[in-house]
Design a protein around this ligand. Sequence first.
Ligand SMILES: C[S@@+](CC[C@H](N)C(=O)[O-])C[C@H]1O[C@@H](n2cnc3c(N)ncnc32)[C@H](O)[C@@H]1O
Length: 344
Amino acid sequence: MASLINSWLQSTFFLGAAYVVTKHGVPEVVPFEGEGVDVVNLAKETGTKVEELDRLLRALSTFGVFRQTALHHWVHTAQSAPLRKEHPKSIRSLVLHAGAVGIPSLVKLDEFLKEGEDDRAPFERLTGVSLDDWFAQNEITQSNLHKHMTEERLMTPLLTEFDWNKFAGKTIVDLGGGNGEDLEEILSEYPSIANGIVLDRPSVIALAQSPTNPASQNHRLTFLAGDFNRPLHPSLSSPDTVFFLKHILHDRSDAGAVRVLHNIRQAIPAGTTTGGALLVVDAVVDPANPGINVAQVDMWSMSQFGAKERTKEQWEALLDKGGFKLEEVREIHALSSLLVAKLK
Ligand SMILES: C[S@@+](CC[C@H](N)C(=O)[O-])C[C@H]1O[C@@H](n2cnc3c(N)ncnc32)[C@H](O)[C@@H]1O
């Protein structure tokens, strides 16, 4: 038992240490090699206390995060380097989010759990704003954060284990599609698909349309600023449209998810017999054996959004409420399955 509580405490302390050194810009100043930076200079440059900074780095170094070349002289390790902003696999956003608001909001799970309490997510109880609104006001994008929490190469199996040619000639609309990289990969891999539209919040679309975003260069891909909580733009209303929702519904309560499904349902023209397809990518939980990763993301959904990862039965019921029938479930990996649904 002692070792279990120790490992719980260790992860909490080390995340806290990684959060504060990252917040104070320490990873940006520590060099990658050489004799290392003297902690006195490091503290001066980052406006921190010498001894306390040295102790935080010492604690992190026991995890392989930063390394002492000589007493009080620090360099990066492979584990600490991703704390830097410009690292290609930077985890800075995730560490900052988790330390500032992600983990602290767990305290409010206590209220959320109580019978009779309203459905405001623990995150909203802590900060006063929903996580969606918080993302809209902060440098961290939801998509960026989410990619770290799941895994990065989900698109490869999604493209190979499902034959997207069945949507030849159709338009795929990626609702909450972020910078468009997922849809860009689908279109590039499947030239038979006519074209694609990424709908996301205006601030996300403004960034996605920048010429520096590779997806913006694909002439079969267009971007649309919008809100999937409201009736969808009439241009999306075609019998040849396939709606794609990747890692969207698990961040919504049942009521919120049904609202999105209802808006999609309303966009599909009456009398549509072919098409009218809906593709959802999210976890399908095996309640008897959820696995640690699914359980972790489920706790995240609950504490951040007041939402959940769903079992197959819960997906069927949710889709049914939204006007769709679940036709097929294909497991892509433990954290994501592809759910194919049709109009009811
Ligand atoms: C968890 S991310 C998923 C992004 C992408 N589908 C993926 O799998 O990487 C959720 C996305 O939904 C977008 N989003 C959140 N609320 C939205 C809304 N009301 N209307 C449109 N997009 C929204 C966010 O900006 C973000 O890009």
